[in-house]
Design a protein around this ligand. Structure first.
Ligand code: FES
Length: 119
C-alpha cells in the first residue's frame, strides 16, 4: 500500500470529526444514488467562520475518508475560503488518482458542505 492509500485507510478506520454536532446551525444529508450511501454534514458557524463541523452516516472507504479529510480542512476556516474550495481541491486532499465512480464517492461530503455554505 502507498502512503496515500494508508492515509485513506487511516481516515476510514478513524474518521475525524465523526458524529452528531449538537450545536449545529445547519445540516444536510447527501446521498450517492449509485450505491445508496448517505452522509450527513453539520456545521456551526460564528462570524463567518466554521467554528465546528461534523459528519455521520454510511459510506465506502473513499467517501468516509474524504469527508474526514474535508472536515479537518474546513474546521476553523472562513466560509469565504470554503466557497473557493473546488472539486479539484477536494480530490487533491486524497492524493490518489480515482476512477469516475470513485470520484463520485470522494465528492459526496464536499457536495454537502458546499450546499451548506452556499445557502
Ligand atoms: Fe457508496 Fe462510495 S460506494 S459512496
Amino acid at each position: 500500500m502507498s502512503i496515500y492509500e494508508d492515509l485513506i485507510m487511516d481516515h476510514y478506520r478513524n474518521p475525524r470529526n465523526y458524529g452528531v454536532l449538537i450545536s449545529a446551525d445547519k445540516s444536510i444529508e447527501v446521498n450517492n444514488p449509485l450505491c445508496g450511501d448517505k452522509l450527513k454534514m453539520e456545521i456551526q458557524e460564528t462570524n463567518g467562520v466554521i467554528e465546528n463541523i461534523r459528519f455521520s452516516g454510511e459510506g465506502c472507504a473513499i467517501s468516509i475518508a474524504s469527508a474526514s479529510l474535508l472536515t479537518e480542512y474546513a474546521k476553523g476556516k472562513k466560509i469565504k475560503k470554503i466557497l473557493d474550495f473546488n472539486r479539484d481541491d477536494m480530490l487533491g486532499l486524497l492524493k490518489i488518482k480515482l476512477t469516475p465512480a470513485r470520484i463520485k464517492c470522494a465528492l459526496l461530503g464536499w457536495e454537502g458542505l458546499m450546499n451548506l455554505v452556499r445557502n
